[in-house]
Design a binder for this molecule. Structure first.
Ligand SMILES: Cc1cc2nc3c(=O)[nH]c(=O)nc-3n(C[C@H](O)[C@H](O)[C@H](O)COP(=O)(O)OP(=O)(O)OC[C@H]3O[C@@H](n4cnc5c(N)ncnc54)[C@H](O)[C@@H]3O)c2cc1C
Length: 389
């Protein structure tokens, strides 16, 4: 480890590794610091991702893919189930402890240095500009300088706050999640299952994402306002008891998912934020792996270019580029999320009923939202916008 780099990335999740890779590809010096012992572990994720989101950054490999997704199943509170089936693979359920590790290897191959057990505990600030990080490594305190610091430190990010960026998120937009990986269950290995309803997962959804036919990530997210009344764990236990009474629990994780629009400002003097730290999660689905990698790729490239051009203001283009690439679509997803926020059990029952009245070939995701938002004509245009692209 040197005392100075062009770019330092804090956090080696998917967003951090891709940022480090894209910066290193520009030929500048890059250091990525990860506080945990292992890149990719512990996993706090249900591990589902769309196919295109993976292929943009790494060749799909069954070393870290545990399921191909070809079907989505939606279950209403009254038990009615709608299954959307596709002719081709739409996405994957990953093994993130290997996936994240492989992504970090691509950053290393591009020239980035990576160090684990390196806990960043502050920023070096000079004249209002971020000029490096302070950290603890093997019991020693260190200061490492950098022209640009990229905060990829996840949902609980502190890097942005230290840099003076506004990182507050309304608790109503923070989904409180609890998940187990369970075995000795029986599921279709190619279907992602979603259950809705006030008794199942109020203000969110309950998921079963298969990892083979006898194992799955089973979890739920409930919105911040609901979890004041009853915890996500208590809902999960009840759902598990009902649907999978003989399940064996292999892992348990809890975590928050920021389901909001992206932060107003994701770059500043010497600082950029990517992934969950920037609130780049798709606010409708809660998926943040693919969009975090997209954010990371833009930030990493711009940071590398800025150093090469000797024009650090170049990083301010990041906000605009992200907005064009994904941020605008996330604003639409957020409006759709708000549109279904107050749905009652009867609404979900009605929607699934109407879907089941359609011939199977007419049951599509777009149609599902069209039916769901039929009483909110303004939002139908948004549905058309996101499902036509
Ligand atoms: C229960 C649950 C289920 C989810 N399911 C899905 C899903 O199915 N599909 C999907 O796309 N998304 C899902 N998500 C969201 C997804 O996990 C995140 O959006 C994604 O991991 C974000 O990537 P990231 O690189 O921004 O952050 P992270 O993956 O969180 O990585 C941040 C890294 O920074 C490190 N770090 C933090 N602070 C410091 C520090 N001070 N110093 C050094 N290192 C630090 C952390 O140790 C971590 O390794 C889920 C989230 C949860 C909680």
């Amino acid at each position: 480890m040197k005392n100075e780099y062009d770019v330092i990335v804090v956090g080696a999740g998917p967003a951090g590794s891709i940022a480090a890779r894209f910066a290193a590809q520009e030929g500048v010096s890059v250091l990525m610091l990860e506080k945990d012992r292992d890149v990719g572990y512990p996993v706090r994720c249900a591990e589902a991702i769309n196919k295109a989101g993976v292929e943009m950054f790494i060749k799909p490999d069954y070393k870290w893919i545990t399921a191909d997704v070809t079907k989505f199943s939606f279950t209403a509170p009254n038990g009615k189930e709608v299954v959307l089936e596709f002719d081709s693979v739409q996405g994957y359920v990953l093994e993130r402890r290997i996936f994240d590790y492989e992504l970090a290897k691509t950053a290393a191959a591009a020239g980035a240095e990576i160090i684990t057990r390196a806990y960043v505990n502050g920023l070096i600030m000079e004249g209002g500009k971020v000029s490096g990080v302070t950290m603890e490594y093997r019991g020693e305190k260190k200061e490492i300088r950098a022209k640009i610091v990229i905060g990829a430190d996840g949902t609980e990010s502190r890097v942005g706050r230290w840099a003076g960026l506004q990182t507050h998120i309304d608790f109503r937009d923070m989904e409180s999640c609890f998940q187990v990986t369970a075995s000795n269950i029986s599921v279709d290995p190619n279907t992602l299952y979603f259950h809705f309803g006030s008794q199942v997962s109020p203000g969110g959804y309950f998921w079963i994402f298969p990892k083979g036919k006898d194992t799955a990530n089973i979890g739920l997210g409930i919105n911040g306002a609901e979890c004041k009344k009853r915890s996500s764990l208590s809902y999960l236990n009840e759902n598990l008891e009902k649907l999978f009474p003989n399940a064996s629990i292999l892992t348990q994780v809890a975590g928050g998912v920021p389901c909001s629009v992206t932060l107003k400002k994701i770059s500043g003097e010497g600082i950029m934020l990517v992934g969950d730290a920037a609130r780049q999660v798709n606010p409708l689905s809660g998926g943040g792996i693919a969009s975090g990698m997209i954010g990371g790729s833009i930030a990493g490239r711009l940071a590398g270019e800025a150093v090469k051009k000797n024009n650090l203001s170049h990083i301010f283009d990041y906000d605009k580029e992200w907005h064009k690439e994904r941020g605008k679509t996330h604003e639409i997803f957020n409006r759709l999320k708000e549109g279904i926020y107050d749905f009652k059990d009867e609404d979900f029952n009605k929607i699934m009923g109407k879907m089941l009245d359609l011939p199977p070939e007419k049951r599509t995701m777009k149609r599902l939202f069209m039916i769901a938002l039929a009483n909110k004509p303004g939002l139908l245009i948004d549905v058309a916008k996101v499902f036509l692209v």
